[in-house]
Design a protein around this ligand. Structure first.
Ligand code: SF4
Length: 413
């Protein structure tokens, strides 16, 4: 029997889908993650934006085109948010939400809605499929922060963390060149009093390059940075979510830090990792953001000298605090976004230039337009002409190319 696990949204969803793929293979299914012909489909949905929810519903129509007689199971944030909108869709057999995804494998022959109660502790999923180059390992779920624009805490429940032993066992079993620790709120990691620093200390002897998913400012401390320094191999890239550089807007967003505190965290990172890649997410056009607030945010981003910036226009999410606020004019939002995207290109280009003629460790993981590609530790996309074996290489970055840099191999590691 053929099965497809189709994933929308974040890396946590991808991790969960990878586990479901492994679970289905153990049940004897031939499994793919591409939308192709199959007897069974599991659609792992997303609701972070209205657009993501729409795409989740459209995925059902695409599946039915592949095989109108297939069994369809819908799971994830969009079906957690609005199970009815999926149950009433013709051809959908089972609808579950964000909790107890490990139970999906028991529901393959069932029919109906199975919205399980919110998890109060971390639920283990089958170990992910082995991935050679880069593996994503989920370490935490849920969030207690309730940023005013974010729907996630309402869909993924309260923060709960996985045991360090279970995480380490999976990392060793996966044996990937690079392992990305991922979560809904990585910075909230806390297993029976053991925080993220304790987890990193427990991973000091693993043979993989450890990279972090998205982080919150409050987790940056001397202790964490020293623990990272003591890892066998760490990718010095910090995706430190900012959202705004204006204290007024941060307060309105219910973000739990000031611009100064954020900058202190960045300075601390640069004390331990002077050439770290520091990237971020920024929302422009938050309903309370005045022109002056935007200018403050823009100037702060320029001052921090990020190595890359992911910028988005505010999009109102029903069910969040910010949804009740009057949205700004679309042209105002787009104008601010364009200004920030211009700045992003300048900062990114400057960071790449600063790293030219330096030696970097790159993990090659894909082939694209005649080049073998991968990322440096500080997250510069690297291109090596021709097809080479995936794996880790010492390279010298030679010149800027596309969104990254060309490189010459010095040795295979
Ligand atoms: S930290 Fe804020 S933005 Fe991130 S998941 Fe939690 S509520 Fe959403």
């Amino acid at each position: 029997m053929k099965a497809v696990v189709f994933t929308l949204g974040c890396k946590v969803n991808s991790c969960e889908s990878n586990s479901l793929i492994k679970g289905l293979e153990d049940l004897g299914f031939e499994v793919s993650d591409e939308l192709e012909f199959a007897d069974l489909y599991i659609i792992n949905t997303c609701a972070v934006t209205k657009e993501a929810e729409k795409k989740s519903r459209q995925a059902i129509a695409r599946v039915k085109k592949q095989n109108p007689l297939a069994r369809i199971i819908v799971t994830g944030c969009a079906s957690e948010k609005n199970p009815e909108s999926f149950s009433r869709k013709n051809g959908v057999h089972v609808v579950t939400g964000t909790s107890s995804k490990e139970k999906i494998l028991e529901l393959i022959e069932e029919n109906g809605q199975f919205i399980f109660p919110p998890e109060t502790e971390y639920h283990e999923l089958p170990l992910c499929k082995t991935i050679k180059s880069r593996a994503y390992v989920k370490i935490q779920d849920g969030c207690n922060n309730f940023c005013s624009y974010c729907i996630i805490p309402y869909l993924r429940g309260r923060s709960r963390s996985r045991s360090p032993e279970s995480i380490k066992n999976e990392i060793i079993a996966l044996n990937a060149d690079e392992t990305v620790l991922t979560a809904i709120n990585l910075s909230a990691y806390n297993y029976e009093g053991k925080n993220l620093t304790c987890l990193i200390e427990s991973l000091a002897d693993v043979n993989t390059r450890i990279r972090f998913g998205s982080l919150e400012e409050n987790v940056i401390s001397e202790e964490l940075l020293i623990a990272l320094k003591n890892l066998k191999d760490f990718a010095p890239h910090f995706h430190l979510s900012l959202q705004s550089g204006s204290d007024n807007t941060l307060k309105a967003m219910n973000r739990k830090y000031t611009a100064k505190e954020y900058k202190d965290g960045v300075n601390l990172i640069r004390k331990y990792f002077p050439n770290a890649g520091i990237t971020t997410d920024v929302i422009v056009g938050y309903p309370t953001e005045t022109e002056l607030d935007f200018i403050d945010s823009y100037n702060f981003i320029k001052e921090i000298e990020f190595s890359d910036v992911h910028a988005f226009c505010f999009s109102p999410r029903e069910g969040t605090v910010a949804y009740k606020l009057k949205d700004l004019d679309g042209n105002v939002k787009r104008d601010r976004l364009n200004k920030l995207l211009e700045l992003k290109e300048i900062l990114k280009s400057r960071f790449i230039s600063k790293n030219l003629q330096t030696f970097q460790d790159v993990i090659i993981e894909e082939f694209e337009d005649g080049y073998s590609c991968g990322y440096t530790g500080n997250y510069i996309k690297t291109y090596i002409k021709g097809r080479i074996e995936n794996g880790k290489y010492k390279v010298c970055l030679t010149e800027k190319y596309k969104q990254g840099a060309l490189a010459e191999i010095k040795e295979k590691l």
